[in-house]
Design a protein around this ligand. Structure first.
Ligand code: MG
Length: 169
């Protein structure tokens, strides 16, 4: 495997675990705020990010490439309101999309078609992640200021259930 592609894939393991850690922090924020549905939504998001990390890990293992695990950074977002959390989530997903695109570009440059095929799932996944984050912001703008509506939205988010990623390596 090309050294640059290898380095970026290895870094992405850490970035995905950081994402899990960040969403755990978001879940923690909403648990403290008494919004258990929002806390559930972000807890499942955290589980999905851990799955993403393991997909990158497994891909490198399957390709007989060395995996190097680095320290996971402390979540660095400033969360002063419910909306801050939602917007930090969208901002983070846009950042992750840029990371996936960078790996894709590096793989494309060296004609690493297998890595490109592996990344195809993540390209699509990032589109869904950004849509979900945007939808949540829209719902909060519409319903977040009225306590009864916020209660209903919280109930809706409490219904989210975890499902394993559709990509299996
Ligand atoms: Mg992810």
């Amino acid at each position: 495997m090309n050294a640059k592609v290898h380095e970026l894939l290895n870094q992405q393991i850490n970035k995905e675990f950081y994402s899990a850690y960040l969403y755990l922090e978001f879940s923690n924020y909403f648990e403290d705020a008494g919004l258990d549905g929002f806390a559930n939504w972000y807890m499942i998001q955290a589980q999905e990010e851990r799955d993403h990390a393991m997909l990158f890990y497994t891909y490198l293992q399957n390709e007989n490439q060395k995996v190097t695990l680095e320290a996971i950074a402390k979540p660095d977002k400033v969360l002063n309101s419910h909306m801050d959390v939602l917007k930090a989530g969208l901002e983070h997903e846009e950042y992750v999309t840029s990371l996936i695109n960078d790996i894709y570009a590096a793989a494309y440059e060296v004609k690493d078609f297998r890595t490109m095929q592996f990344l195809d799932w993540f390209v699509k996944e990032q589109g869904e992640e950004e849509t979900n984050a945007n939808d949540l912001i829209t719902k909060m703008e519409l319903f977040g200021t009225d306590p009864k509506s916020l209660y209903m939205l919280n109930q809706e988010l409490a219904g989210r259930v975890y499902s394993a990623p559709s990509l299996v390596l």
